[in-house]
Design a protein around this ligand. Structure first.
Ligand SMILES: CC(=O)N[C@H]1[C@@H](OP(=O)(O)OP(=O)(O)OC[C@H]2O[C@@H](n3ccc(=O)[nH]c3=O)[C@H](O)[C@@H]2O)O[C@H](CO)[C@@H](O)[C@@H]1O
Ligand SMILES: C=C(OP(=O)(O)O)C(=O)O
Length: 423
């Protein structure tokens, strides 16, 4: 198992290119299975989750070709015949559950393992399943698998997501675009990953009304055509590097290739820390403040503060002068990074779904353990401002979602090396 050795503290200075988004690419890949002809997706990052989902898709007989140098993924479902997504692959990442909507929507049948993914607490799929039932599908659970079937035409109807869910919105759209006479999703997710997914489906020929709002109405079309589509820039990687840039008073970082319109209210909140932020076209420039201001946040659905940046934000707040509170309203248990950042000297206390951070505490290098994707990157952020050597163990979590992380950070001044010496 690989680990990072980080020598700190180091200011970050220079330019970091932003990669294509993992969480936008995965639904686009699932959408390509609905088409009668091949789809090409550009700006796809080289990430473990993308490789895993490629393999999930290949099990069905679909031809998947990934040109890693170009970041171009070609998906040809002409020979898609095996309507199953097995446990061995689905357990590795939650988004492989999109196979349920894709296979059911296209073929009226699917056998898909219940999903894995970042495991910080309960992550149910009841809304995916109940929404499909409401649409007219028959859904059973057998030995850890969802067995689904649907007639050629489903009546459709209406289903309210409570709470709003990115994954359920995507799965219900996948299941309905070819098969439901008229299906309405209420309290649908409006996250940019959902918006780009719906827009690309419309380019393929789908009929989806209300894109970007919380009510989506889908009317079945006869067939969808494969197209060439561009994936979005990664808004979570963008936010992570903005936070990294604010943590050391001498840092001055430019991010390129950003989809600034996908950042919701994050830039506004970020400015409250005292960091200077300039956004110009697809470029974001961050100049760290002399003194970081304590800034409370609560995670919310888009355009509110993303839960996928909660751990990074709380870690940044260890360097702010004063007390701040970070509350996660989406995932109540997403705090496994707290004991690890505390090992470096942070003063953090979790109560229910809030972590209270008292700063500013000097951090000192130690060995810490990655527990999930965003928790892991917050340990890297902490390691880059900690005095001395920090070992971040189990970085395979990071490889799920950050493309070339150590190369990108090293290029702007961090001292990070990867080794496979971990016992
Ligand atoms: C691959 C991907 O894109 N993952 C993202 C996606 O995950 P994912 O799609 O799994 O997250 P959801 O938007 O579904 O989860 C939102 C909330 O709904 C709840 N819920 C969800 C489904 C369900 O059937 N029942 C239910 O109760 C969840 O427990 C959670 O409290 O959105 C999350 C919230 O922005 C992000 O943290 C993940 O990075
Ligand atoms: C939690 C994440 O991914 P997943 O939903 O696939 O676990 C994430 O991208 O932060």
């Amino acid at each position: 198992m690989d680990k990072f050795i980080i020598e700190g503290p180091t200011p970050l200075k220079g330019t970091i290119p932003i990669s294509g988004s993992k969480n936008a690419a995965l639904p686009l890949m699932a959408a390509s299975l609905l088409a009668d002809s091949p789809t090409t997706i550009t700006n796809v990052p080289k990430l473990r989750d993308i490789y895993t989902f490629n393999n999930v898709i290949r099990v069905t007989g679909t031809l998947v070709t990934f040109d890693e140098d170009e970041g171009t993924l070609a998906i040809d479902p002409a020979n898609l015949a095996h309507l199953e997504a097995p446990y061995e692959l689905v357990r590795k990442m939650r988004a492989s559950f999109y196979m349920l909507g894709a296979l059911l929507g296209r073929f009226g049948q699917a056998k898909v393992s219940l999903p894995g993914g970042c495991a910080w607490g309960p992550r149910p799929v009841d809304l995916h399943l109940n929404g499909m039932r409401e649409m007219g599908a028959d859904i059973k659970l057998e030995e850890g698998y969802v067995i689904a079937s649907a007639p050629k035409e489903m009546e459709g109807g209406s289903f309210t997501l409570e709470p709003s869910s990115v994954g359920a919105t995507i799965n219900l759209v996948l299941a309905s675009v070819l098969r439901a006479n008229k299906f309405t999703i209420k309290n649908a997710a409006k996250e940019p990953d959902v918006v780009i997914f719906c827009k690309r489906l419309v380019e393929m020929g789908a009929d989806i009304e209300g894109i970007g709002t919380d009510t989506l109405t889908i009317r079945a079309v006869d067939h969808l055509e494969g197209v060439t589509m561009r994936n979005a820039a990664d808004r979570i990687e963008t936010g992570t590097f903005m936070i990294a840039a604010a943590m050391h008073p001498e840092s001055d970082v430019t991010l390129t290739g950003v989809d600034v319109d996908d950042l919701g209210h994050f830039p506004e909140t970020f400015r409250k820390t005292g960091a200077e932020l300039a956004m110009n076209g697809d470029t974001v420039h961050v100049n760290a403040p002399e003194k970081l201001q304590p800034t409370d946040i609560r995670t919310e659905i888009y355009p509110g503060f993303p839960t996928d940046l909660q751990a990074q934000w709380a870690t940044m707040m260890t360097q702010a002068d004063g007390i701040s509170s970070v509350t996660d309203t989406i995932y109540y248990d997403r705090f496994s990074y707290v004991p690890e950042v505390t090992r470096l000297g942070a003063d953090m206390e979790v109560s229910e779904n809030t972590v209270t951070v008292e700063g500013k505490t000097p951090l000192k290098g130690a060995s810490v353990m990655s527990t999930d994707l965003r928790a892991s990157v917050s340990l890297v952020l902490a390691g880059m401002i900690a005095e001395g050597k920090t070992d971040v163990l189990r970085i395979y979590h990071l490889d799920r979602g950050y493309e070339d992380l150590e190369q990108k950070l090293t290029a702007v001044g961090a001292r990070i090396t990867r080794t496979d010496q971990e016992e």
